[in-house]
Design a protein around this ligand. Structure first.
Ligand code: ADP
Ligand code: MG
Length: 725
């Protein structure tokens, strides 16, 4: 293939840049050749140019799908400024009114527009699809493509619909771009977009100037942070916390210690947020304490430290957030605080979610935990997570490399692991493998009859703490790998099989121990009683038949699990169970559930924890109360959201919390009847009635093409409220 020699000239002509960055030229060339293209490039690497430049050179209009409405306008302004033609770039999203949309369409039709930014939900709109069908499309660009995958850190279901819509509009090459993607996410993206044959351009994820450190999180954490900031006085930094409340609290603490700090989260009004961003850029404040909502689109090159107050939910998120430090190539300290208790809290947090989502969420958390606990080079761990091999023994720029631990010989243990994994047919995840090796006869192991195998318990004599490090380091060394398709299943590689035939030395470092005095003792976390759980499931089935209501309407799975953990034996105690409200305790079956639990406890001499968890009636329940009061007064839901200063989606989240997870009753008929067609309400309602389990996604798949997702959620709220509570 001959290179078009004038690409550099075009770059200069349109953008004023003298040369391409990284793989840009090869990527653009590939797209010009009509090839599907996959681009992995760190934040700030220059991904946008990879579709902007070719769109200007090719026939037709390029469709750019991007989730960030706020950034679309910036990009369009940027391109418009480059050109003497009005209308060279446009965007289509929900912020435009009818006449603006008509203008966009007229420009596209006239062939003036080379780049059209479209939000995924606008792309799915029938009349937009109809319109685009009549246009010549040069190519499709999918920016922030990790949003396609549930395994990415920012999954957006609308992204799943991109391929079918492309097929409808008309075929053209596809370029997908992202800054973070593991092997698993990459495969998901290519599959979902139908570009398995795409050429891949992958830049290294290594950021040599970033220093990584993980510290134990103790009661002294606020002091630790204040001390750290004082040591780096006058430098810019970001601190990430998971909750808005923590953000506010910590910002207060910092200010009380004479640190110029501001809080930033999605609950603040946009003027305040813009002001805070500006103050940070202008260095009127040094430190921003933020939820992850901060950082998208902010481009301060000299952020000197990024602190994670709480353990991040995924390593992809962590990488993305730490990536905001040291973008100018200078110092960038990435400090994370880790505690086992945080991990458990996040784990618990997932209980209310659909099972598949929980499973993914937990595995992503496990990866973060592994990163935090390891004594191996953090850079090596991180890069390995993104499918990259870091060959150096010592990076000299992470805590573990600066203070290396002594290695221990674990050749024998690796043999045990490899053999065990092969014996159980390479079909299980780390936790299962460790249970198997250590001879823990769990329910699951019995179900697979694996306790009957010779190698069951083959590692009983070793220190239990050795297995995680052995497995993780075997993954790093390539003796094991995690499958991409069924993520998490451990497989033995060719190198692993070779090792098994002729074992050599295999040295590992033990994990860091994160013990804390204020941590609950082991065993303090109650375990699920499987026998009781299955009895409760049977009882639920019985009532589901009797009342002809789906089982989850009787009690949700989370509620059952929690009952089988906490053993409520009175209706009063039952109310403390997630998903159970007053309404539910008045249902005919409620008494039977607690009676069964009571009998079971007596027969099995179970000692219950005296104090059942009590629901917190703190600040955030004020909001719930306000919502309920306003619904009683039949205020339109969108007005309620406005009055509370939250998005409609957030209001729906709250309502789902109120109805699904706390088991309260609300009557939103007045609003539904106002905004929806009664037939639609009825159809969706009946759909939920016929479902075996509570499955919002199924309903969206069924009706999503015609009915707004929010409306489907509203009907679900009505349904659960009517039927269940
Ligand atoms: P990404 O989307 O990969 O995070 P952007 O596309 O926003 O990155 O680009 C980051 C910055 O790099 C922008 O300010 C952009 O103008 C600049 N940039 C892109 N390509 C080049 C280039 N070839 N030469 C100089 N600057 C570039
Ligand atoms: Mg970008």
């Amino acid at each position: 293939m001959t290179k078009q020699p004038d690409l550099t000239k075009e770059l200069k002509h349109y953008f004023g840049f003298d040369k391409f960055k990284g793989d840009q030229e090869a990527i653009i060339q590939n797209l010009l050749n009509g090839r599907d293209t996959f681009v992995l490039m760190p934040t700030g690497g220059g991904k946008s140019l990879c579709y902007q430049l070719p769109s200007l050179l090719m026939d037709g209009v390029a469709i750019v799908i991007s989730p960030l409405i706020a950034l679309m306008k910036n990009q369009v302004d940027f391109i418009t400024n480059l050109s003497e033609h009005e209308g060279i770039a446009h965007f289509l999203n929900s912020s435009l009114n009818k006449s603006a949309i008509d203008q966009v369409k007229a420009d596209v039709r006239a062939g003036q527009t080379k780049l059209l930014y479209v939000a995924p939900e606008s792309l799915t709109k029938e009349d937009n699809v109809e319109f685009l069908k009549s246009c010549k499309i040069s190519f499709y660009a999918v920016d922030e493509a990790h949003c396609i995958s549930e395994w990415g850190h920012d999954f957006r279901p609308e992204y799943r619909r991109i391929r079918p819509i492309i097929n409808e509009i008309g075929k053209a090459p596809v370029i997908a771009l992202t800054a973070t993607a593991t092997d698993k996410v990459r495969t998901d993206i290519k599959k979902s977009l139908g570009i398995l044959g795409a050429d891949e351009f992958k830049s290294s994820f290594n950021r040599p100037n970033l220093y990584y450190e993980v510290r134990p999180k103790t009661k002294e954490i606020d002091k630790d942070i204040v001390r750290f900031i004082k040591q780096h006085a006058g430098k810019s930094g970001i601190i990430y916390c998971l909750s808005r409340k923590k953000v506010e609290d910590l910002a207060d603490v910092l200010r009380a210690n004479d640190i110029k700090a501001s809080a930033y989260h999605a609950g603040l009004d946009s003027a305040t947020r813009t002001q805070t961003q500006d103050d940070f850029l202008m260095e009127k404040i040094d430190v921003i304490v933020a939820t992850i909502a901060f950082g998208m689109g902010i481009d301060k090159p000299d952020v000197r430290f990024v602190i994670h107050y709480d353990i991040p939910k995924s390593l992809e998120g962590y990488y993305q957030e730490t990536g905001r430090a040291g973008r100018d190539g200078g110092e960038g300290i990435c400090l994370a605080f880790y505690s086992y208790k945080d991990l458990q809290k996040l784990d618990k947090f997932m209980e209310g979610k659909p099972v598949a989502e929980q499973d993914i969420g937990r595995q992503l958390l496990q990866e973060t935990a592994a990163y935090a606990e390891t004594s191996v080079c953090r850079r090596k761990m991180l890069l390995h997570y993104f499918g990259e091999n870091y060959e150096q023994d010592n990076c000299h720029n992470c805590d573990n490399c600066l203070h290396p631990q002594t290695k221990i010989e674990a050749s024998k243990q690796l043999v045990i692991v490899l053999k065990a994994i092969l014996d159980i047919k390479e079909n299980f995840r780390t936790d299962y493998v460790i249970d198997f090796i250590t001879g823990r006869e769990t329910e699951e192991i019995r179900a697979h009859k694996h306790h009957e195998l010779d190698s069951f318990g083959s590692g009983e004599d070793e220190d239990n703490k050795i297995w995680n490090p052995v497995i993780r380091q075997a993954l790093l060394m390539g003796y094991l790998k995690k499958e991409v398709e069924n993520y998490g299943l451990l497989k033995v590689t060719a190198a692993g099989k070779k090792f098994l035939k002729a074992p050599t030395s295999f040295q590992v470092v033990a994990d860091h121990e994160f013990s804390e005095d204020d941590e609950p003792a082991e065993g303090g976390i109650s375990a699920l009683d499987l026998t009781l759980s299955s009895m409760l499931h049977d009882l639920r089935k019985k009532w589901s038949r009797k009342l002809d209501r789906p089982p989850y309407v009787i009690f949700q799975d989370v509620s059952i699990e929690q009952m089988a953990t906490e053993y409520p034996i009175t209706l009063e105690e039952l109310k403390n169970i997630q998903g159970v409200g007053d309404g539910k305790t008045r249902q005919p079956y409620a008494k039977e559930f607690v009676d069964l639990i009571k009998r079971y406890c007596e027969e099995n001499e179970i000692t219950r924890q005296a104090d059942l968890r009590v629901r917190t009636k703190a600040k955030d329940s004020m909001r719930k109360l306000k919502i309920l009061q306003n619904i009683d007064r039949r205020i339109a839901l969108d007005d309620i959201a406005n009055a509370l200063g939250i998005d409609f989606e957030e209001l729906l989240d709250e309502l789902e919390g109120i109805v699904l997870y706390s088991g309260n009753k609300v009557n939103i008929d007045y609003f539904l009847e106002d905004i929806m067609d009664p037939d639609d309400i009825n159809d969706i309602y009946e759909f939920f009635r016929e479902q075996e389990k509570d499955d919002l996604q199924a309903a969206i798949d069924e009706f999503g093409a015609d009915i707004d997702e929010n409306e489907i959620r509203l009907v679900r709220i009505k349904f659960i409220s009517d039927m269940a509570n």
